[in-house]
Design a protein around this ligand. Structure first.
Ligand SMILES: Cc1cc2nc3c(=O)[nH]c(=O)nc-3n(C[C@H](O)[C@H](O)[C@H](O)COP(=O)(O)O)c2cc1C
Length: 309
């Protein structure tokens, strides 16, 4: 298997800056997926979305599109192709009520016929030279819906079907239904990618299909390196990673939004250190990067590294 390890799209977390910093410090993932861009009737991208699409020199990046309409999707796909990308990804997983109510994300899993019509339109209008992968959950209300959905997917030349084996109503809780994923190989010849709850190097290394990780990779940014037989994260690397993110967000977003980004990061990253939680709690009361930095320093230099598998 040439490509094994994919970084998941995570809104506000696996950003253009994160991708750049992650590969510089911990080695490159085989593919990085952008958090979704969401084209609307204006047929334009927001500034924030453009930054996701434009800052990816040299990395293998797949932009993800959240859309429930063929015209919106195909406009965005065309614009993305014109930026030089060779693949786009369709989001069929986002469980948020505001998204699903507009028949986007996991909302599209409610009705296989509607999904079929969308894919038919997309594949008819997909710009030449652009591949399409799909990232999906396994149902809306029940994983018994999955075989019918796979049947629809199998009608199309989907480059990769990335499966997060939860249903919409699971959101991100409960256990990923790995047995449903395993059974999928018997239902389709589409190339499959596994996503969901991969948090250890041995788990990541155990798959015979490519693996996508999100939360596990944010918790341990060296996850893929370790899965490939490399060393765990060193303190100096964790420090460099953290500082490059804090500084980069500070410079590009300003202090307030940068702080928010760092809080979100620490929700995963704190697990690398023993006794980080009280410091992380204090970080959430900070008003600017000036009072944040000493707290981050206290963890990065003072807390022992946690020994894991
Ligand atoms: C905060 C957050 C943001 C996410 N943003 C996206 C997104 O933009 N697009 C997407 O397809 N999935 C998104 N996801 C889902 C992840 O890509 C992934 O499918 C999910 O977290 C399960 O994988 P994991 O257990 O490896 O984290 C998001 C998940 C979280 C928790």
């Amino acid at each position: 298997m040439a490509e094994r390890f994919y970084a998941a799209p995570m809104e506000g977390l696996t950003t253009w800056l994160w991708r750049r910093v992650h590969h510089e410090v911990f080695g490159v993932a085989d593919k990085y997926f952008t958090p979704f861009v969401s084209p609307n009737a204006n047929l334009s991208f927001q500034r924030k979305e453009l930054r996701e699409l434009e800052g990816n020199g040299g990395l293998k990046v797949v932009p993800q599109i959240l859309a429930g309409r063929v015209d919106h999707f195909c406009w965005a796909a065309g614009a993305i192709r014109d930026m030089g990308y060779s693949e786009v990804n369709l989001n069929l997983g986002c469980p948020s009520g505001t998204v699903t109510a507009k028949n986007k994300g996991a909302g599209l899993l409610q009705d296989p016929d509607r999904l079929d019509a969308l894919l038919d339109g997309i594949f008819s209008g997909l710009p030449e030279g652009l591949g399409l992968s799909v990232k999906t959950r396994i149902g809306w209300r029940d994983d018994g819906e999955w075989p019918a959905l796979v049947k629809v997917f199998s009608r199309y030349p989907i480059r990769e079907l990335i499966v997060h084996p939860r249903i919409r109503s699971d959101f991100y809780t409960g256990r990923a239904r790995r047995e449903v994923f395993s059974a999928t190989a018997g239902l389709t010849r589409l190339p499959l990618v596994y996503n969901g709850d991969v948090t250890t190097p041995s788990d990541a290394a155990s798959w015979t299909v490519p693996v996508m990780a999100g939360r596990g990779l944010l918790a341990d940014p060296a996850l893929f390196r370790r899965a490939a037989g490399g060393p765990p994260a060193e303190r100096g690397e964790l420090r460099r990673y953290h500082d490059a993110l804090a500084e980069g967000y500070g410079e590009t977003l300003g202090a307030g939004p940068a702080l928010h980004r760092m809080w979100e990061l620490w929700a995963f990253f704190a697990g690398n250190f023993e006794g980080a939680d009280p410091w992380v709690k204090k970080m959430r009361k900070c008003r600017g990067l000036a009072d944040y930095r000493p707290l981050a320093d206290a963890v990065l230099t003072g807390c022992p590294l946690r020994e894991e598998e």
